[in-house]
Design a protein around this ligand. Structure first.
Ligand code: ADP
Length: 547
C-alpha cells in the first residue's frame, strides 16, 4: 500500500507565510550603523522580502543563480534570507572579515551575479567586485550617508518589486536556497549549498526541547554573524516559530550587546566563546548596570569554551547551552542537555560535563572511527568524528578531489554508508555524550601518542590570571611533535611558567605537559573569532627546543 499522506515539501516560503499571517506585528529589532534601533513586524518584513524577490526576478535573476550578501546582522539581511530564495536564487553569504582576495575567490567560485552590500561595507566591496562576475551591486543603507553615485539603492531597487507576486516554489525540497563557504581555518574555503529541506528540518530541531526549545514567546538574538553558517539557523528557526528577533548590526562590543539583551528582553542568544569572555568581563566590571532577563539561554559554540566560561555564565543567572557544529552541518548538531538519569546531579557536575560534552540532537547520528575501526563508546577511545543527518552536506559545491571527506566516495545521497568525516577528533561516552578533543591537525602527536591541545588550553585558562591560551604542536627531533603553550596574561598580571606547569601536572600525565610557555599579547583570531593556530605555527616555525 502507499501512505495516504500529503507530499508537502519543506520549503522556506512556508516559514515566511506563517510568520506574516500569525505574527504580523511580532517585532524584528535591528541596531543600525548609527546605533539607532529599527523596528517593524513580520508583516512588514515579509512584504519587503516579497518585493526583493520580485525585483530580483525583474532584474533578470534566473532560478539557481547566486546573489551575494555582504552584510551585518539586521532586518535587511533577514529580508535577503527570504527574498533571494523567494526569487529562486541562491543566497551566498559573504564573510565581511575576509580579505578582498579571498572574497574575490569565493564570489567568483560561487558565480555570484548580484551583490547586496551594506553601505558601511562598500569600501571592502570595491576592492573585489571587479574581479568577479558580479554585474549589479545593490546598497543597503544602515548609516545616514546617502548612497554613492553609480550604485543602486536597496530601497529604490525593491520599490520596483511587486509584493503580490508569488514567491518562487522550488520543484522539490532539495533545491538549494543558500550557500556558505567554510571559513578556511584548515584549508581552502569550500562551498556548502544548503537545501530548503535541510534548513527547515534543522529549524524544527531548534524548536525541540532538546534543541534550543525555541518558540513564539522567545526573543532571539543571533550575535553569531548572519554570514556565518546561517547564523546557526537563528533567522529561519525564529521566523518559523514567530519569535521576536533582535539583530545587533555592526555593534558587537559587550556594552551594546548587553544593552540590547536587557532592553529587548532577549531570552536566547548565541555566539562564539570570544564574545562571551568579553560579555562576562563587562558584567563583572559593572555589577547591577544590566538586568538580564532571568534564565536567558546563551548558546556557546564554534570553539571549545574553557570550564570557567560556562561557570561564569551560569553564576550570572543565564543558562549556557554548549553545542558543536560546522558549516557542513547547517548549524548545531550536538547540544548539551541533561539526560533523565542526571536529574539529581549537582549543578557543578552538570556544568563540568557540559563544558566538554554534548549530545547529538534528534536525527543526528555520530560515530568515532580510529585506526582500528569504529571506537567503543567508553569516553576514552579517540578517533575522527563522523556524522550523518538530513542537514549534513553530502558534497561541496564544485570541488573535485574533496570526495574523501565522505566515507561514500560518490558524495551524492545514496550508495555507500555516506558518513561525513568532520576532521575533528572526538570520543563518545557510554551515555552518548560526544567530546570534541581537537581538530585532527591541531592534535599534538608526541611519540606516536595524541595529546589534546584543547584540553591543555582549557586547563591553562582555568588559571585566574590567564586571559587566553593556545597550545600548538611544534616539530621535535625526538618525539615528532611537542606542545608549546602560548599564554595571554590578564592586563597587569604576571604569570610564572612553573606555577602553570605545576597546575597542569596535577591534571595530566607528565608527557602531556607543554615543553615551553610563551607569554604573548594576543592570540591571533580567524574571521569568525576562532583561534588561528596556523598563524601561531607560522610565528614559531623556527622554534628550537632547549636541551
Ligand atoms: P572552520 O573550520 O573554518 O572554523 P566552521 O565555522 O565550519 O569552520 O567550524 C567548524 C569547526 O569548529 C569544527 O570542525 C570544530 O573544529 C570547531 N568547533 C565548533 N564548535 C565547537 C565546540 N563546541 N567545541 C570545539 N570545537 C568546535
Amino acid at each position: 500500500m502507499r501512505s495516504t499522506m500529503m507530499r508537502y515539501p519543506l520549503v522556506l516560503p512556508r516559514a515566511l507565510e506563517r510568520a506574516e499571517t500569525l505574527y504580523a506585528d511580532r517585532e524584528i529589532v535591528s541596531r543600525l550603523g548609527d546605533r539607532s534601533l529599527h523596528r517593524y513586524g513580520y508583516g512588514a518584513m515579509a512584504g519587503r522580502a516579497r518585493r526583493l524577490a520580485d525585483a530580483l526576478r525583474k532584474a533578470g535573476l534566473k532560478p539557481g543563480e547566486r546573489v551575494g550578501t555582504l552584510m551585518w546582522n539586521h532586518h535587511i539581511h533577514l529580508e535577503a534570507y527570504f527574498g533571494i530564495p523567494g526569487a529562486g536564487g541562491v543566497m551566498h553569504t559573504l564573510n565581511l572579515r575576509l580579505q578582498p582576495d579571498e572574497l574575490a575567490f569565493i564570489a567568483s567560485h560561487a558565480g555570484d551575479r548580484v551583490l547586496i552590500v551594506d553601505d558601511v561595507l562598500l569600501p571592502l566591496a570595491r576592492q573585489f567586485v571587479e574581479r568577479t562576475g558580479i554585474e549589479k551591486v545593490v546598497v543597503a543603507r544602515i548609516s545616514d550617508e546617502p548612497t554613492p553615485d553609480g550604485y543602486e539603492d536597496y530601497e529604490s531597487f525593491i520599490a520596483d518589486g511587486d509584493p503580490a507576486q508569488p514567491l518562487f516554489e522550488p520543484e522539490d525540497e532539495f533545491t538549494p536556497s543558500s550557500i556558505c563557504y567554510t571559513s578556511g581555518t584548515t584549508g581552502r574555503p569550500k562551498g556548502v549549498a544548503y537545501s530548503h529541506r535541510a534548513l527547515m528540518l534543522h529549524a524544527m530541531c531548534l524548536g525541540m526541547k532538546d534543541g534550543w526549545d525555541l518558540g513564539q514567546t522567545d526573543a532571539a538574538m543571533p550575535i553569531v554573524p548572519m554570514f556565518h553558517v546561517n547564523a546557526w539557523n537563528f533567522p529561519y528557526a525564529s521566523t518559523l516559530v514567530g519569535a521576536k528577533q533582535v539583530l545587533p548590526g555592526p555593534h558587537l562590543d559587550p556594552e551594546s550587546l548587553l544593552d540590547l539583551m536587557a532592553g529587548e528582553g532577549v531570552s536566547i542568544t548565541g555566539a562564539v566563546p570570544t564574545i562571551w569572555f568579553a560579555v562576562v568581563d563587562a558584567l563583572r566590571a559593572e555589577p547591577g548596570r544590566w538586568a538580564l532577563p532571568p534564565g536567558m539561554r546563551v548558546i556557546v559554540g564554534g570553539a571549545s569554551p574553557p570550564p570557567a566560561l560556562l561557570r561564569a555564565l551560569d553564576s550570572l543567572g543565564t543558562v549556557p547551552i554548549h553545542g558543536w557544529g560546522m558549516t557542513e552541518t547547517t548549524a548545531g548538531a550536538t547540544m548539551a542537555h541533561v539526560k533523565p538519569e542526571m536529574a539529581d546531579w549537582p549543578r557543578e557536575r552538570v556544568l563540568d560535563l557540559f563544558t566538554e560534552r554534548h549530545l547529538p540532537v534528534p536525527l543526528v547520528e555520530v560515530r568515532v572511527v580510529g585506526d582500528e575501526g569504529e571506537a567503543p563508546w567508553d569516553g576514552a577511545a579517540m578517533g575522527e568524528l563522523q556524522i550523518r543527518a538530513p542537514w549534513v552536506a553530502a558534497g561541496y559545491h564544485d570541488a573535485p578531489g574533496s570526495e574523501d571527506r565522505w566515507t561514500d566516495d560518490e558524495t551524492g545521497s545514496g550508495g555507500g554508508d555516506g558518513w561525513f568525516r568532520t576532521g575533528d577528533v572526538a570520543n563518545i561516552d557510554a551515555a552518548g555524550f560526544v567530546k570534541i578533543c581537537d581538530r585532527t591537525r591541531d592534535l599534538v602527536k608526541s611519540g606516536g601518542e595524541w595529546i589534546s591541545s584543547q584540553d591543555l588550553e582549557n586547563a591553562i585558562m582555568g588559571h585566574p590570571d590567564v586571559k587566553e591560551a593556545a597550545v600548538i604542536a611544534l616539530p621535535h627531533p625526538k618525539w615528532g611533535e611537542r606542545p608549546l603553550a602560548c599564554v595571554v596574561p590578564r592586563a597587569g598580571a604576571k604569570i610564572d611558567a612553573e606555577d602553570l606547569a605545576a597546575r597542569l601536572a596535577a591534571e595530566f600525565p607528565k608527557w602531556w605537559l607543554p615543553d615551553a610557555y610563551e607569554f604573548i599579547d594576543e592570540v591571533p583570531k580567524t574571521s569568525t573569532g576562532k583561534v588561528q593556530k596556523t598563524a601561531l605555527r607560522e610565528r614559531y616555525a623556527d622554534w628550537r627546543w632547549e636541551g
